[in-house]
Design a protein around this ligand. Structure first.
Ligand code: S3P
Length: 165
């Protein structure tokens, strides 16, 4: 069983991923942390020092490595499905679940999050809302290729497992 959780920043991929992995008794991998460990740099450092393009290449490499794992729940970075053939690779190598959460909830969570996210750093509430709207329009083309979709922010893991099993 390999599960990829995909969706916008703040949609709850890591929180749900941990719960799912716990329930299934298999490891959980947060892709951003995986990239940070392999590069000895944080994601914000990679963006600042090497640029977004370099980050996307590292992300693609990480995904290829992780796609070889069996029995794992992977929380992908919000942009991961939208570059290269990443979405196709995920769909071929595991089950993909899109956490399609209301943009208003995303904006609220991102405003209150302590995680540093280079793409939205320093944005006001209004700027953040229009940034989410704009990028979601483009990203939905990729997110919607997921095999399963969850729209309820706090759907119990048991129900999610029922949907995908
Ligand atoms: C990004 C999302 C982040 C991280 C990077 C870029 C994006 O991951 O990979 O900051 O392009 O949406 P989270 O979705 O875990 O915040």
């Amino acid at each position: 069983m390999k599960i990829y959780l995909i969706g916008y920043m703040g949609c709850g991929k890591s929180t749900l991923g941990r719960k799912l992995a716990n329930k299934l008794n298999i490891p959980f991998v947060d892709m951003d942390h995986y990239i940070e460990e392999r590069n000895y740099k944080t994601v914000p450092q990679i963006f600042a020092e090497d640029g977004e393009e370099a980050f996307r290449l590292k992300e693609q490499k990480a995904l290829h490595e992780l796609s070889e794992f069996t029995n794992v729940v992977i929380a992908t970075g919000g942009g991961a499905p939208c570059f290269f053939d990443n979405m196709e690779l995920m769909n071929k190598s595991g089950k993909t679940i899109y956490l399609n959460i209301d943009p208003k909830i995303l904006a609220y969570r991102l405003m209150h999050s302590k995680t540093e996210r280079p793409l939205i750093k320093g944005k006001s509430k209004e700027e953040l809302i229009s940034f989410i709207d704009e990028t979601l329009k483009k990203r939905n083309e990729f997110y919607s290729q997921a095999q399963y979709e969850v729209t309820e922010p706090d759907l119990p893991v048991e129900e999610i497992l029922e949907i995908i099993q």
